[in-house]
Design a protein around this ligand. Structure first.
Ligand SMILES: NC(=O)C1=CN([C@@H]2O[C@H](COP(=O)(O)OP(=O)(O)OC[C@H]3O[C@@H](n4cnc5c(N)ncnc54)[C@H](O)[C@@H]3O)[C@@H](O)[C@H]2O)C=CC1
Ligand SMILES: O=C(O)[C@H]1O[C@H](OP(=O)(O)OP(=O)(O)OC[C@H]2O[C@@H](n3ccc(=O)[nH]c3=O)[C@H](O)[C@@H]2O)[C@H](O)[C@@H](O)[C@@H]1O
Length: 425
């Protein structure tokens, strides 16, 4: 069955989702307010770096996949997905203004849609958003009755760098819906994907997404706390967490200690859940600690450098990895940012290498020295901090010989070379 799908928001999630839906045989229109992104999508050139996305986009752009700045496609859509951003407000709560304005824009055009249509939220939103914000905005702007429109919440679990693979082979598909008819329409979209489908109410689906991200973030902060103690006691935390993770009740993933979690989602989603808990009179002790541990990790790395090299001022410090994780050029909330910030404030001469993320980091730190190879960054360095788990870093070996002092602090365990004086984590 081929459905007519409109996706509002052609950023990371909208683009990956839209391209994959087209690949599954649906007719997809991505509605994106940024004309440059629209042009790039229609030219078959992804405006983001994502493994495997370029080929799929090239194959489908101009055929089953189109991008537009207008909302016209909503008038004939079977289903509309909302995948606009939900960035944090200064108090940590989620900014839902993009969700609200997208819902109103959808409603205005939906007036002209003569068939049944399901409005589905894919963005990560606090429980109650679909019911209390999206639903009334769409109904009010469209003048339709609830028999003519269904509402659903279908959270997305893809990881950047592995997004296409995650989308096409998910562990589960969660569909929260206003009524079974709406839920079945969303399930039809995924009919060619093999995965268990969980049908829930709207608010439970919204909460599943926050709880999942927060649990993963908790695993990381837990590993970091154990790692910090291991460091003091001279124990290898990676050996410890391997032993811990082999317990089937715990599992081996997301137990890597080091620089802490970055990216556009874990920090923002845990903060939003903390905010939501407080608004509802709860004291989210555990979740606040998850954030506190995470904030301290970059500073701990610098303390280790200071113990090894003494005063930072005037020292040449190499940063390997700027992206918040491997296989992406995304630096949103990258742990490299607070590390570079503190080093610069302390008067270090910072050199940096990343296979993809240098142009993005140059916008934040234009004055540090960027190198086109790891060897360039390491030459003459007094210490090196590894901030991203890029697989190519595992091959670095003789390049460490170019350093003035072989002090290597691993914020990510990726190196196989073990000749440093101060390998941490
Ligand atoms: N980035 C990721 O890996 C994942 C993100 N999410 C969630 O998905 C949502 C979107 O995230 P991203 O795609 O990363 O954000 P993004 O910032 O990359 O993309 C959002 C896009 O929406 C566009 N937009 C904003 N208002 C619009 C409107 N009224 N009409 C049309 N387009 C509009 C923006 O121009 C932007 O291109 C967030 O809630 C996020 O938490 C969920 C899973 C994974
Ligand atoms: O909601 C989202 O946006 C997404 O957030 C994360 O995906 P993502 O942020 O792309 O990347 P992850 O692979 O989860 O890594 C996040 C951060 O945690 C760090 N991390 C990860 C694993 C680990 O063991 N230790 C650790 O420090 C990574 O280096 C990275 O900085 C989730 O894994 C996705 O399921 C979710 O859809």
């Amino acid at each position: 069955m081929s459905l007519k799908i409109s996706i509002v928001g052609g950023g990371y999630v909208g683009l990956v989702t839209g391209t994959c839906f087209a690949e599954l045989g649906h007719e997809v229109t991505i509605i994106e307010i940024d004309p440059e992104k629209v042009r790039a999508i229609n030219d078959g050139k992804p405006p983001i770096f994502e493994n495997g996305l370029g080929d799929l986009l090239k194959k489908n752009a101009g055929k089953r996949l189109r991008a537009r700045t207008d909302y016209d496609s909503v008038a004939s859509a079977d289903i509309v997905f909302i995948s606009v951003g939900t960035p944090p407000k200064p108090d940590g709560s989620a900014n839902l203004s993009y969700i609200e304005s997208a819902s109103t824009s959808i409603g205005k055009v939906l007036k002209n849609n003569r068939s049944y249509c399901v409005i589905t939220v894919k963005s990560t939103v606090p429980p109650g958003t679909t019911e209390k914000i999206v639903w009334p905005a769409v109904i009010q702007a469209s003048g339709k009755t609830e028999n003519e429109i269904g509402f659903a919440m279908n959270p997305e679990f893809l990881r950047e760098g592995r997004a296409v693979e995650d989308f096409l082979h998910p562990d589960r598909i969660v569909i929260g819906c206003s009524d079974p008819r709406a839920g079945n329409r969303v399930a039809d979209v995924y009919q060619n994907i093999q995965a268990p489908i969980i049908h829930t109410g709207l608010t439970a689906a919204e909460m599943i997404k926050y709880a999942s991200n927060s649990f993963l973030a908790t695993k990381i902060s837990f590993s970091n706390e154990i790692g910090n103690l291991c460091k003091v006691l001279g124990i290898d935390v990676y050996e410890v967490m391997k032993g811990v993770g082999l317990d089937a009740r715990i599992g081996p993933l997301f137990l890597n200690a080091g620089a802490g979690f970055g990216g556009s989602c874990f920090p923002k989603d845990v903060s939003a859940l903390v905010s939501l808990a407080k608004e509802n009179g709860e004291d989210p002790v555990l979740l606040e600690s998850v954030l506190t541990v995470n904030e301290h990790q970059p500073h701990r790395m610098i303390s280790i450098v200071e113990k090894r090299v003494g005063v930072i001022k005037g020292k040449r410090i190499a940063i390997l990895g700027l992206a918040f994780k491997d296989n992406t050029d995304d630096i949103r909330d990258s742990r490299a940012i607070p590390v570079i910030q503190e080093l610069v404030e302390k008067g270090a001469c910072v050199t940096a290498y990343d296979p993809l993320a240098i142009p993005n980091m140059q916008k934040i730190f234009p004055a540090i020295e960027y190198c086109s190879t790891a060897a360039g960054a390491l030459t003459g360095a007094d210490a090196c901090l590894v901030m991203t788990e890029w697989p190519e870093f595992s091959k670095i070996d003789k390049e460490f010989g170019l350093m003035a002092h072989k002090i290597v602090i691993e914020g990510r365990r990726i190196l196989t070379w073990k000749g440093g004086e101060g390998i941490c984590w």
